[in-house]
Write a protein that binds this ligand. Structure first.
Ligand code: AMP
Length: 574
């Protein structure tokens, strides 16, 4: 059994390591060292997650609970804890400082014994399980007690990492990329095999234990599983129809429906639906579930589609209307009547026990048409295979006239690549360029808006380190109503506050328009946005959708090459 102390020591070393290669080898060492039972837990922990990405389970500890637990364990007041947060700027360091000041009267194991007892990695995980499971009346107290137990057992070195894990933000610079490479090197499995298994299972812990126990062959065997969502295949921007044809040649053209992505798993009579963020949204879409049961003629299938809401004139309704349906737990039926949805199915990844992701799109399309009957609120829409730009342009114009976003230009020979944004799916839409960025901070407003958080700090993603790099702030484009809603949402995501400044756990994505990308030394990304404004809060997107630093670099380069500003140019959508 490995102690949490050893894990903390490894984290400290990794945190102090500057290069990602060296970091990868340290993570690999750690993964090799722990026992098989601990391996999945450690794999998740080292990336700052407690539960696998596919699971809807979360620790569920906000700043309030964490501060209260720290106050109780240290004998300090919540105010003192907030003061420490302001000084240190980090929840981990705050925990270390607070508990170093533990008053003599505090009953902790470490104050009674020369050495704190070695709490195991497993025990820490079990406590997080207990915290995550407590719900309803008394859950606050139970969460605080469990955290207090952990703090009281831990040495000063460990408390920092416990506090950071509690908010699922370990801050040691290890992201998915480093863990993927570390698993590959520790257990001698090709990186691409690890990557693919992760995209199919969404569970790095499962991938690492499989790699350790069965090597590359077993990892290759990890496949699609009904009722567990796989990552969605994503699309790249096509600047023009001609450039898309130059890239793909003869292409499969479909309308790009203006709605929300839904992945459908049919397992006999059971139908599970997942959002683009891979959340289980089955409960909120009874109309779609019923259509799938009736019109999908297969024992089992995994399908990909876009849910669309139409108005009386047959045009797609605002995206925000669809969002009102997606995660609804109450008044599901009345909202379904108010905002009826239909689903356009455009892909199939699994049919009657057989995975299809490696089959070319043409073949998948054949299977799709073979098992889905068009009926009320469900259809497989038209797909035209052509290399004629004129013909494609006509389809594009029709799609726009119908109120949809544009077209998808797909490579008919391509496999379904989960989680990949490659050249096999291109999107062409005429709107201005926008960026999807993570909100990592905010400021309390002033004047009329003192009780609202405004001026949101935005960040892009660095896939190498898993860190979010600031690119600027957005303070325009918000209605009062929106600010009040956002303030409520962000209140649960506060990591720390100092004066009017707030640091937020990255979770919410803003789609932001702007005039220009500029080089900047003010922000860690090295870039800043000129005149950013909020276009929409992308409730349907997750942190994986956040633009990467590489994409910002590319947009900056393109902007310079073209000598035009991307915000106003006809260069296709996001
Ligand atoms: P974007 O959200 O701009 O990255 O564009 C890709 C999104 O378009 C997908 O995630 C789908 O939600 C949506 N979409 C609409 N129609 C289609 C289609 N026919 N094929 C693939 N994706 C589509």
């Amino acid at each position: 059994m490995t102690s949490f102390r050893e894990f903390s020591q490894a984290c400290r070393m990794i945190e102090a390591t500057p290069g990602s290669l060296e970091m990868t080898s340290q993570v690999a060492e750690l993964l090799k060292r722990v026992s098989p039972e601990e391996l999945p837990i450690v794999t998740h922990f080292v990336m700052g997650e407690v539960f696998p990405a596919w699971s809807s389970q979360e620790v569920g500890v906000g700043a309030g609970i964490l501060y209260a637990a720290l106050a109780k364990s240290s004998g300090l007041s919540v105010n003192d804890i907030e003061g420490l947060i302001r000084d240190t700027g980090d929840i981990g360091e705050t925990a270390v400082k607070a508990l170093a000041k533990r008053s003599k009267g505090q009953a902790t194991f470490s104050s009674f014994m020369e050495e704190a007892p070695d709490i195991s990695i497993h025990e820490v995980f079990e406590r997080f399980q207990a915290i995550s499971r407590s719900s309803g009346k008394g859950s606050q107290t139970s969460k605080i007690k469990n955290l207090q137990y952990l703090f009281n057992c831990a040495t000063p070195d460990e408390v920092g990492y416990i506090a950071r894990l509690a908010v699922e933000d370990l801050r040691i610079g290890v992201g998915e990329g480093i863990v993927r490479d570390a698993i590959a090197s520790a257990f001698n499995v090709p990186v691409a095999t690890v990557e693919r298994a992760f995209m199919l299972t969404n569970d790095m812990g499962l991938v690492s234990i499989t790699a350790r126990e069965g090597g590359a062959e077993s990892v290759e065997g990890l496949g699609l599983q009904l009722n567990r969502p796989i990552r969605m295949m994503l699309a790249q921007i096509a600047p023009t129809i001609e450039s898309a044809i130059a890239d793909i040649g003869e292409a499969a053209i479909e309308w790009k429906f203006d709605g929300a992505r839904v992945q459908i798993h049919k397992d006999g009579e059971r139908v599970s639906l997942y959002s683009r963020k891979l959340e289980d949204i089955s409960g909120s879409l009874p109309d779609i579930t019923a259509s799938i049961r009736k019109y999908v003629h297969a024992d089992s299938a995994i399908l990909d589609g876009e849910a669309v809401a139409m108005d009386e004139r047959g045009r797609p309704r605002a995206f925000q209307d669809i969002l009102r349906r997606l995660r609804r737990k109450h008044e599901v039926d009345s909202t379904a009547k108010e905002i009826p949805l239909s689903i356009n199915i455009f892909d199939i990844m699994y049919l009657n026990g057989k995975g299809l992701i490696d089959a070319p799109l043409v073949k998948r399309r054949e299977m799709l048409e073979g098992c889905v009957e068009n009926g009320d609120s469900i259809r497989v829409d038209r797909q035209v295979v052509t290399s004629d730009p004129e013909e494609i342009n006509v389809i594009y114009t029709e799609a726009l006239r119908a109120g949809h976003e544009g077209i998808m230009i797909k490579n008919p020979q391509s496999p379904y690549s989960p989680g990949k944004r490659g050249k096999n799916w291109l999107k062409k839409k005429p709107v201005m360029e926008t960026l999807d960025l993570a909100v990592i901070g905010a400021e309390w407003g002033y004047g009329r808006r003192t009780s609202f958080m405004g001026s949101y700090a935005l960040a892009c993603h660095d896939p190498k380190t898993g860190r979010f790099l600031p690119v600027g702030k957005v303070a325009t484009g918000f209605s009062d109503e929106q600010l009040s809603e956002l303030t409520a949402i962000f209140s649960d995501l506060i990591v720390m506050q100092s004066g009017t400044k707030i640091e937020l756990k990255p979770q919410v994505i803003f789609e932001v328009a702007f005039e220009e990308i500029q080089k900047s030394t003010n922000y860690e990304s090295g870039y800043a946005l000129r005149f950013p404004r909020l276009v929409s809060v992308r409730d349907d997107k997750s942190l994986e959708d956040v633009e990467t630093i590489g994409r910002l670099e590319e947009m900056y380069r393109l902007q310079r090459e073209r000598g035009i500003n991307p915000g106003s140019a006809e260069v296709g959508g996001k």
